[in-house]
Design a binder for this molecule. Structure first.
Ligand SMILES: [Mg+2]
Length: 310
């Protein structure tokens, strides 16, 4: 029996490069015995609507586009009780989420992976009534990132990028917040940046003090940077980021399945590097192993908690 696939793609993503590849991608799927329904998104919100309305009728939901398309497709799947298997063909540059799963950069290679790859049950982030696959964040570095190219988004968290941003600290708006974790501990302070990551690294940083961070362990890794009060504290944060120790007092590092953040003022958040909306109160919940997504089997040892001795 044919396997039924819903294929959702953003024709504008990645400098419209799918136009040249679409026929080849469809041939790869048809050649492997898939019966395909194709939908080209016309605007923001289309992918989430199509996937949540029609995804239930399919065995596979494959999307092609950038961060926004992947985010919407995953969000649409979360609205379904019985979830089809998700596949992702990145258009243009590859985000941190796709590279963690070892999804190829070349579109036709990514299509081939979908027909022969392994299924990984990946954690998903729920953010109030929205979702994210790999990062939710706020702060001056994140506010600009959803308007910036993928290279910048992937650089988010890399030392040079943080340090560059800290040089412009007078432009960064601090937020007074209370952050609460699943162990009941809460942290009240003024923060300039927060990144809640469903990843093997926190925005590019491996947490060296803690081993076995995985994408299916039901836990987020998060860092929140307290507002440095003087140039010495700025330097301490920079040193901590450069040394990758994340041990400065100004850096709050958390591992938690639920993180709630309440702020006195409205905070602009980003979800998977896209505009996530403005909130005073957010509840971020890890939906353990909620997204069945096709990955390269070689990714398992890095991303799955089945391999805890690595
Ligand atoms: Mg995790």
């Amino acid at each position: 029996m044919d396997k039924k696939m819903l294929f959702v793609y953003n024709p504008m993503a990645g400098k419209e490069q799918i136009r040249n590849k679409l026929s080849e991608i469809i041939q790869i799927f048809c050649g492997a015995g898939y019966q395909i329904t194709i939908f080209a998104t016309q605007s923001t919100g289309d992918a989430i609507r199509i996937v949540s309305e029609y995804g239930i009728d399919y065995d596979y939901v494959v999307c092609s586009g950038g961060d926004g398309t992947m985010n919407e497709t995953a969000a649409g799947l979360m609205k379904l009780e019985k979830r089809p298997i998700c596949g992702y063909i990145p258009a243009g540059t590859v985000n941190d989420f796709a590279s963690s799963l070892k999804i190829p950069k070349t579109m036709t290679d990514a299509a081939h992976l979908i027909i022969k790859g392994s299924i990984f049950k990946c954690d998903m982030g729920k953010f109030n009534d929205k979702y994210f696959t790999y990062v939710a964040g706020f702060g001056a570095f994140t506010e600009v990132s959803y308007q910036t190219p993928q290279e910048w988004k992937n650089a988010l968290g890399k030392a040079a990028y943080f340090v560059e941003a800290l040089k412009h600290i007078s432009d960064i708006k601090p937020h007074h917040m209370v952050i609460t974790c699943d162990d009941g501990n809460s942290y009240e302070d003024t923060f300039i940046l927060g990144l809640v990551s469903n990843s093997v690294s926190v925005a590019g940083y491996k947490a060296y003090s803690k081993k076995n961070i995985k994408m299916d362990d039901g836990k987020f890794e998060a860092i929140f940077i307290r507002n440095p009060k003087n140039p010495i504290e700025i330097q301490l944060v920079i040193n901590s980021l450069l040394s990758k120790q994340l041990d400065a007092e100004q850096i709050l590092y958390l591992s938690s399945s639920i993180i709630s953040v309440s702020s006195d003022d409205e905070v602009q958040w980003t979800l998977d590097g896209e505009d996530g909306g403005i909130y005073c109160n957010v509840e971020i919940e890890n939906l353990k192993q909620a997204l069945p997504i096709i990955c390269d089997e070689s990714a398992y040892t890095e991303v799955s908690c089945k391999y805890t001795n690595i």
